[in-house]
Design a protein around this ligand. Structure first.
Ligand SMILES: [Zn+2]
Length: 135
């Protein structure tokens, strides 16, 4: 793949899809706010890692069954927190790509990503063909 070819393809895609990309930007920004809100309910910003989150440890009570519930809730919060944090990173990356005018271009093969795929998954980094190949 010649790089300049990919670049001009990216430019053409942007030129042809300005309205679509604006639309995706609004969706991505909404997803970002929603994800951050969800995260703040189960986790708090990490003091050690500036962009990280740590699951809140619930306090139900001191009884043994309450302690077990606390641990179970905490374990759930940690795994949900992890998936929300990575979803948030993907969303932020997609928003960055919009800023850099590379949104909608597959990061693997530099072909344009199908509009239908982007509508279903606005933060998609790879086209469907590349995504399927690596699975
Ligand atoms: Zn691709």
């Amino acid at each position: 793949m010649i790089n300049s070819q990919a670049k001009s393809r990216g430019f053409l895609f942007l030129f042809m899809n300005k309205k679509f990309i604006e639309e995706m930007k609004i969706i991505l920004e909404k997803q970002k706010t929603d994800t951050e809100k969800q995260l703040s309910e189960i986790a708090e910003k990490s003091r050690r890692n500036k962009n990280g989150y740590e699951a809140k440890f619930p306090q139900y009570g001191r009884a043994e069954d309450e302690n077990a519930d606390e641990v179970a809730t905490y374990v759930d919060a940690v795994s949900l927190g992890d998936s929300l944090t990575s979803a948030l990173a993907e969303i932020e990356r997609a928003l960055e790509k919009i800023e850099k005018n590379t949104y909608g271009i597959c990061e693997n093969c530099h072909e344009t990503i199908d509009e239908k795929r982007l509508r279903a998954f606005p933060a998609a980094r790879w086209c469907l063909a590349c995504k399927t190949k690596t699975k």
